[in-house]
Design a protein around this ligand. Structure first.
Ligand code: NAD
Length: 428
């Protein structure tokens, strides 16, 4: 495929995200000109956010909002608080959001935000000042019809409440549709809290049917016990799956007989760490990835399964609840070894799908029951899971390549709707 556009210099994670997209374009009908338009973000905003700390000192935090593409609808993507946030990461995450919204066929584009901060070292008052300051800094580029943020790593419904309130103060009107993942009391959607884990769970239920699994015989390991990982673990546990390992940023626990997930969730909420018991063996995050299990759920951060450890992954199914947990080299190794990898752009798309439901409810001023949200989410996930699967078969494609191919067809249709080179230069 020829290209006419020289990409701006990109650092590692973004370049790798771009390479993956370009490789997948071979499995799509996207026009080369449309593909060129997806090679670089539309907008990159870097901001400095001054925050008065509780001890009286002033600290300046660096933040970003990257808007990748809005050809299918307003930009959409979470805001991450993490000490390792950098521009390359936010750009990669924004590109993945554009692909993800197209995979589940919802009318949004892709964006992402991030602040370089260790939120565990800030008091709640400092976090509120930072969150409000970040929204003041990016207010000009967001809005319900323009760019709609949401939670990501180390941000949550309360962070979104502060941000939505700050946006209302700036614009002097209530606009709940500017942000999703809000508390239900402030216009959030029922069912948003567990939507990411639940969307992945619905994908696994389809695999359960296809492979005729008996849940009690299926061992699951979950890396990352936050919003995405906890809810997926809880739903699988309640169906009888044996969740044998979980982890957080401090490491993991392993119990071949199965971990009591509701107890672990309560313990993590009350004490900020995983439970300890004579039955639970301490393991590292690296050990968790290569345990003898059937299903692996990377649910923390990027670049966890790499060329170095992919050959040792024993799971037969990897469900990427995190964004970008598997490198390109690991992808190839897992595919060659016959591991079914459900890619992030499908597996964790339940979160943005219910964010879309929240945005629709905010615009209509009318709210759905939790059962309605679950039902609508299940239908979206099932439909798109099988659309992606159908594209795998003819060429023995990986599920990731099939999902990207489908997304690029949809993005290409929007980007080329105004005409392509042939339309403007064809001679009678
Ligand atoms: P979270 O902040 O709720 O939880 C993150 C979890 O990861 C915590 O348990 C933390 O202890 C753990 N963690 C941090 N560093 C780790 C490390 N080095 N090794 C292992 N565990 C580590 O975040 P979340 O919302 O659950 O997000 C997790 C992943 O899911 C991210 O990749 C995020 O982009 C993705 N995701 C989240 C949503 C959402 O709606 N929350 C939607 C789509 C994708």
């Amino acid at each position: 495929m020829t290209t006419t556009f020289d990409p701006i210099p990109a650092t590692d994670l973004f370049q790798r995200a771009l390479d993956r997209m370009l490789a997948a374009a071979k499995h799509s009908k996207i026009d080369p000109e449309a593909l060129d338009r997806l090679r670089a973000p539309r907008t990159i905003l870097q901001v400095s956010v001054p925050v008065r700390m509780d001890d009286g000192s002033l600290r300046i935090f660096r933040g970003y909002r990257v808007q990748h593409d809005d050809s299918r609808g307003p930009f959409k993507g979470g805001i991450r608080y993490h000490p390792q946030v950098d521009l390359a990461e936010v750009k990669a995450l924004a590109l993945w959001m554009a692909i993800k919204c197209a995979v589940v066929d919802i009318p949004f584009g892709g964006a992402k935000g991030g602040v370089e901060v260790d939120p565990k070292r800030l008091s709640p008052r400092e976090l509120e000042r930072l969150s409000r300051g970040f929204i003041r800094a990016i207010a000009d580029v967001i809005g319900p019809d323009r760019d709609v943020p949401a939670p990501d790593v180390y941000t949550n419904a309360r962070t979104m409440a502060w941000m939505a309130d700050e946006y209302a103060l700036i614009t002097r009107k209530l606009q709940p549709g500017v942000i999703t993942g809000k508390p239900v009391a402030l216009g959030g959607s029922r069912g948003r809290d567990d939507a990411t884990g639940r969307g992945g769970y619905y994908c696994l239920k389809e695999i359960e049917t296809l492979r005729k699994w008996q849940p009690a015989q299926i061992r699951v390991a979950v890396q990352g016990f936050g919003n995405a990982g906890q809810h997926a673990a809880r739903l699988l546990h309640s169906d009888g799956y044996k969740v044998v390992a979980i982890s957080d940023s401090h490491g993991g626990i392993h119990c071949p007989a199965g971990i009591d997930i509701p107890v672990a969730i309560r313990h993590k909420a009350d004490h900020g760490k995983l439970p300890e018991s004579a039955d639970y063996q301490r393991i590292t995050n690296a050990q968790l990835l290569t345990l003898d299990v059937d299903v692996l759920l990377p649910s923390a951060l990027e670049d966890q399964i790499t060329g170095d450890n992919a050959g040792e992954v024993k799971a037969k199914v990897v469900l990427e609840l995190a964004n970008g947990p598997t490198t390109g080299e690991a992808d190839r190794i897992l595919h060659e070894r016959g591991v079914l990898l459900v890619p992030d752009v499908l597996a964790n798309a339940g979160g943005v799908t219910v964010s879309w439901f929240e945005w629709l409810q905010n615009r209509a001023g009318s709210y759905w029951t939790e059962a309605e949200v679950h039902d609508k989410l299940r239908k979206v996930m099932q439909k798109q899971f099988h659309e992606v699967r159908a594209r795998m078969e003819p060429g023995n494609l990986s599920m990731r390549m099939a999902a990207y191919g489908l997304a690029l067809d949809r993005l290409g249709a929007a980007l080329s709707a105004g005409g392509t080179r042939q339309d403007f230069f064809s001679r009678p």
